[in-house]
Design a protein around this ligand. Structure first.
Ligand code: EPU
Length: 303
């Protein structure tokens, strides 16, 4: 979608928001799939309520994109304007065991910055791609760690109310790859409370997790991580593997040879290819195991 009204563009830029016309969203996602749209880069959180009010007033639909590492966007011209948060400086601030992190910050870099301040607990999250905000939304987890455990406060733009609010950790439900945030909430900053640990010990944990991940996941390929959630008590990766589907492809969308719950873009896959592969694998798992797999990746539907 494009914003063509010069008055609206003027009002948006007057808020300090940068308007970039015709951006290929394939460049903004780890799957490298996605059509084109105008992008609005939000530099100050406080401008969000007025920005959204303006977009609504002009009937311009929008979607918020975080780090782009866990989403599947449609092909061609997108029917929404895309909002993204610019990273704040500093990205991370410390007060004792409290860590105030910017939600646009890279998750992995945040984990290592905390480690350098002798604050641990998040070692398992080291190789999870994406932003702190994306990790919060999905309650990202790996190797026994989930980010929700450490959350004490989140400053969030609540689209339903059109205002910025601070939520206490206890007001938010963090479940397996699911949280009680509304789909249109935009995470801005978070206060985490992390346990003290010597840097060398945290580094050791980080190394172990990195090795495990390298051994089992296709890290140097274009993917959105695991495509399906694990069903209760089961493993989507193992089921897909047992069906002999590693390497199975629709166009350039392909089940990874390394980890069967990673679907990779092996060239120029389209969203249609990826969706067809997801549907095909889901059906085969249903037929063989009687299990309905639920997507872990967030699929942006055009409706
Ligand atoms: N397995 C296979 N074949 C495969 C893949 C896995 O047989 O192709 C087997 C493994 O041998 C293991 C079991 O399935 O016995 C589970 O596999 P793994 O340890 O790789 O973990 P996972 O359940 O597939 C989960 C998360 C990952 C996270 C890892 C490590 C989900 C959907 N996935 O994977 O998160 O990195 O544990 O903690 O919860 C993600 O969220 O995008 C993601 C990749």
């Amino acid at each position: 979608m494009r914003i063509s009204d010069p008055k609206l563009i003027g009002a948006i830029t007057a808020l300090g928001v940068e308007h970039r016309a015709g951006v290929s969203m394939a460049q903004k996602t780890s799957l490298e799939i996605g059509g084109t749209s105008d992008l609005l880069l939000v530099r100050t959180h406080e401008s969000l309520p007025e920005l959204v009010r303006l977009l609504k007033q002009h009937g311009v639909p929008y979607r918020f994109l975080g780090g782009g590492s866990n989403v599947l966007l449609p092909d061609r011209e997108l029917p929404w304007i895309i909002l993204q948060l610019a990273r704040q400086d500093p990205e991370v601030r410390f007060e004792g065991n409290s860590v105030f992190a910017d939600c646009a910050a890279d998750l992995g870099r945040t984990v290592t910055t905390c480690a350098k301040h002798d604050l641990g607990g998040m070692e398992g999250l080291i190789g999870v791609p994406g932003t702190v905000g994306g990790a919060l939304r999905m309650n990202a987890g790996a190797y026994g760690t989930q980010i929700g455990t450490f959350v004490r406060e989140v400053r969030v733009y609540r689209a339903a109310k059109g205002q910025i609010e601070t939520l206490r950790g206890s007001e938010i439900n963090f479940e397996y790859r699911h949280t009680s945030f509304a789909p249109d909430d935009i995470m801005l900053t978070v206060r985490l409370e992390l346990p003290s640990k010597p840097y060398s010990e945290i580094l050791q944990g980080i190394r172990i997790c990195n090795e495990k991940r390298r051994a089992s996941q296709p890290l140097n390929q274009k993917s959105a991580g695991c495509i399906f959630k694990n069903p209760p008590g089961g493993s989507a990766g193992r089921m897909i593997d047992e069906l002999g589907l590693k390497g199975h492809a629709v166009g350039d969308a392909r089940v990874s040879d390394r980890h069967a719950n990673f679907f990779v873009n092996s060239g120029h896959a389209t969203a249609a290819d990826m969706l067809a592969l997801i549907a095909d694998v889901r059906q085969r798992v249903r037929e063989r195991y009687g299990v309905e797999l639920e997507e872990e990746v967030i699929v942006w539907k055009e409706s």
